[in-house]
Design a protein around this ligand. Sequence first.
Ligand code: ATP
Length: 946
Amino acid sequence: MSKPDVQRRNRHVEPDAPTAPPEDGASAEAVRAAVVADATPSMAQYLEIKAANPSSLLWYRMGDFYELFFEDAVAASEALSIVLTKRGKHQGQDIPMCGVPVHRADEYLQRLIKKGYRVAVCEQLEDPAEARKRGAKAVVKRDVVRLVTPGTVTEEALLDAKARNYLTAVYCETPHEIGTTDADARLALASLDISTGEFEVGDVAGSDLVGELIRLAPSEVIVADGLLGDQNFVRAVEYAGGKVTPIPVAYFNSGAGGRDLKACLGVADLSAFGAFSGSELAAIAAVLKYVDLTQMGRKPLINPPRKTAGARLFIDAASRASLELVRAASGEKSSTLLAAMDRTVTGAGSRELQARLSSPLTDPAAIEARLDAVAYLLNDRRLLDELRATLRSAPDLARALPRLGFGRGGPRDLAAVRDAIGVARRATALLEQSAQPLGLPADLKSVCVRLAQIPADLGTALESALVEEPPLLRRDGAFVRAGFSGDLDAARALRDDSRKVMAEHEARYIEETGVKTLRVRHNNILGFFIEVTQLNAKPLLSPPLSERFRHRQTMANAVRFATAELLETEGLIASASERALNLEQEIFTDLSAHIGAAAGDLGAAAAALAELDVFAALAQLSLEQDYARPQIDASMAFEIRGGRHPVVQQALAKSGAPAFIENDCVLGSAALETPSDAARTADARIWLVTGPNMAGKSTFLRQNALITVMAQMGSYVPARSAHIGVVDRLFSRVGASDDLARGRSTFMVEMVETAAILNQASERSLVILDEIGRGTATFDGLSIAWATVEYLHGVTKARALFATHYHELTALARKLDGIANVTMDVTEWRDTIVFLHKVKAGAADRSYGIQVAKLAGLPSAVVVRAREVLDRLEKADRRPRTGDDGLEDLPLFSAVRPKSGLNERAPSAVEKMLRAMHPDELSPKAALEKIYELKALAETEKKAQS
Ligand SMILES: Nc1ncnc2c1ncn2[C@@H]1O[C@H](COP(=O)(O)OP(=O)(O)OP(=O)(O)O)[C@@H](O)[C@H]1O
């Protein structure tokens, strides 16, 4: 029977379609009211199920379609651009309906999930024939078997091969703190990717929440419904690319968290995985509970949770956005650091690279260990090429395993395990062969150890059982190799011999009837039948042949018959294919169980393959782009020689533009190499970068931040050499952005971000600030920039690059030892500015703004007039620009901590009186008198001030 036939038939014969009126597709109360009113049994079933899943689109299985009704139908037809039809009436109104064919369910699910919908998949739990046995009007049993939400999908078609798919629970003990920016509030986060089993748990300060969400990039974030007060939280989640789902607060139960996690991992004690706080356990509980609910009790495959603790380079949300590590402001993926670095050959490798790029390390030993692995592969080109060629054919083992675990896997998932085991064997052999006589570096050894743990017999079992390229669906069979099972071969032979057997029948019937044109045929309605033309039908319709050839159908030109033996053979064929299918299902179940028993080892091997892909990709990148191994240690060095911007360099190369100009950046004890520059930049921890627009300041600032990120994630870097004393926090404020905090002006955003940097940066941090203060009046902006540099120099003491158009700031370099001026070199040629993109010691002599404007194509009348105005302004502006303006004498600019007097003023009389008061010692009456006194005093003070 062809598929369209099946669909059409099943759709129409379905006996229990909702035809009676419901009140409202979405409102539970209205739904219940309708149920009580006059719903038919089938409608009552629909409405009850819908009422239990009010916030999901209900996919209601009817034969070979998932049907949607009422508001769900309207929403889905719009989201999926499918036809909205109607079925039955409700209070005189049509019931809207639309449907999705079962065989295209994944595709439609993907589109709905991408648009942020949740889908409740309601299946028929019995055959309609079973239901009919209970009476003509009996309803087929149905129930929701799965809730599909953005953070809980496992199907290949619903997932991005190169991105993790985290479901993250956010929890804090004190309700009002969710969405806060309070540095003292602690929030626990538990993130699980059920498509791979990856699980990480940790806590962050309220002020770091947005940065952490961007790092995790969850598809779905669950929070206690009562706690979701703050719209900023919802915006932050959306900014990080996820959806917020509120869940009952009772799911955040720390007791249940410990218990459920132990049950999932099959351990009696969690201490081997780290110490989890009560809040972390509560977040874990919520994740496990939510997965349990959406998967209807099917257990996810989870790896032991990793604690996301301190040994990580902290990068806040604004810095992540400005550095465009894995996401560009434009939404373009190609302009990110990730895209510029990604040379992985597998989806799992790409995900691992992204995870490492989002979480660089701070432990020099761990970073060096990663670099050793890259160096090893770089030193052996043949090994590198062979490993990459081998890995290229590695399927996504990490994603196939959970699908099999959930019972949602298909034959291709079995083949994925088989092929991954093959790749693991070849990769291990390649690494081991290469290891003579010196041995492998620790990180590659760890890869080999994990790959070797796959049970040896599993690969053999899968190889002997599966055909080379199995079909997608388990239910269609045809994935088991011939020769694997004698029973299966016999059943298949009987099924496949049908043509031969029927041909034999046909020959005999021709002989018996003498009708040479008699044929045995098959269609979906009659099954097998004998067909003769009208002219030849007569003998078969009269005795004695009519005894044997029973009439079935008369057509315009043909008459159709059946015989007992034909029906018997048909039965045999049907049962043979059913038997073959059943045998294949059993084999599938056995193989899945075999894989399930080794799931832990296979999961570890999948992670090892992903890591190997990353090491090989980084080695490949380094070769291609001529990167250098950075030296990372606990010093305070920051010495990058011949540094390049990894993204801009590749973009220039691709466009055929002149090559990127490399630049040094040496903060701290070292200096620029040119002798004349050396004296002027030695010992400076902060560089003030000046230069005209378009000269390359932002590029230079960013490239040094990116080199730091790359070095600390364990990659070679775009430089001739790099020595970096490990950075604990990286702050980058380059260019204005107001995406993050809609409702705040660009200047406000800039100030909020600068405040965050000054409050959070430590001596070990790297701070990149571009044109702070430019969004306000010149003197305000200059003052803010000035004070910021002083604070960075005197209080924070971080290594910093500060680009500015305020030339007045360059005076600071003469006042303060730790500050040096550098500038982007330009030259003029026939009144046109030529950018040399080279950093040199010193300050820019002027800004060349008008030349740049001319380059940009401003009308020449405007350029000429601007020159005149500039001339006048410069003549009129006789204020000293050299710093001999007494600024350094002001307390504001002496770089002291605010507490030591910056903001102090004499206390007022009211304050003095308040400080002298001891509330516990006051009677109610005395307290009231004090309040009157205070009020009078405040009035007097106010008058005195005015
Ligand atoms: N080192 C370099 N080598 C080659 N080209 C470069 C280099 N640095 C920058 N550029 C090119 O110059 C362009 C402008 O650079 P960038 O945006 O960094 O200038 P800027 O000084 O920050 O300008 P503005 O002050 O207007 O923000 C870049 O897009 C890039 O194409």
